[in-house]
Design a protein around this ligand. Sequence first.
Ligand SMILES: NC(=O)c1ccc[n+]([C@@H]2O[C@H](COP(=O)([O-])OP(=O)(O)OC[C@H]3O[C@@H](n4cnc5c(N)ncnc54)[C@H](O)[C@@H]3O)[C@@H](O)[C@H]2O)c1
Length: 250
Amino acid sequence: MKLADRVAIVTGAASGIGRAIAETLAREGARVAIFDVNETGAGETARAIETAGGTARAYDVDVTKKAVVDAAVADVVGRWGALHVAVSNAGWDRPAPFVETSEDFWDKVLAINLKAAIIFTRAVLETMMKQQHGRIVFIASDAGRVGSTGEAVYSAAKGGVIAFTKTIAREVARHRINVNCVCPGPSDTPLFQSFVAENPKLGESLKRVIPWGRLGVPDDVAPAVVFLSSDDAAFITGQTISVSGGLTMV
Ligand SMILES: NC(=O)c1ccc[n+]([C@@H]2O[C@H](COP(=O)([O-])OP(=O)(O)OC[C@H]3O[C@@H](n4cnc5c(N)ncnc54)[C@H](O)[C@@H]3O)[C@@H](O)[C@H]2O)c1
């Protein structure tokens, strides 16, 4: 097991990619805290991990609320005595032409996809700096590398996460904290299905432009996160890796 006795937090792990990341980290031996606003889904993820013999705990956390995130991170560290892996995965969008979107919508997209990553990083770094060890993995998106029609503000937020990754990686390298970013391409999750509900041809048209010829699935992304969280990636920091079947090659 690559992560025996490690403590991990995964945000947005009630569903989709975050759930797969949480379950895969747990299979590698990590104790996993699940931060999500979806209490039911978070509980299901925790139960699935425990049924498989792992250790998990679900937290009702809105990642856009700094005080709530700070308190939940402190609870995890108090309970399990350390924090080795922090995965900032929670995200949200609703595709629409930019000129049809409102300021309230921009604020929501930026809060969940960018500011939450900043809040979470600030919350976890204190412990990781004391330990002189830590792994932070951000889940951004290929939209942040190459753009995505109908996702202008989301792309800006995810591009911000990629840039944030690089600067934080530079700042905390001396504390032996690795900071990397994984960019999924279009992946079949509840979030993606909400896009398909509005545009039923989306899945088929994306399959045609993905060299691998299919959409991603959450289990495509999770192993990349495990790798970046493990000792195998000890000398890798500040990097952005796409998991998208070759859709983007940058
Ligand atoms: N599915 C895709 O095609 C795709 C592509 C590129 C990037 N991503 C990114 O992958 C990540 C996971 O997306 P997914 O497709 O699994 O979506 P999903 O909707 O299945 O899961 C996202 C999770 O985030 C949680 N969440 C949303 N807002 C939150 C908040 N304020 N506080 C706490 N939790 C919150 C949701 O409750 C949900 O459990 C996101 O960052 C998304 O932007 C997804």
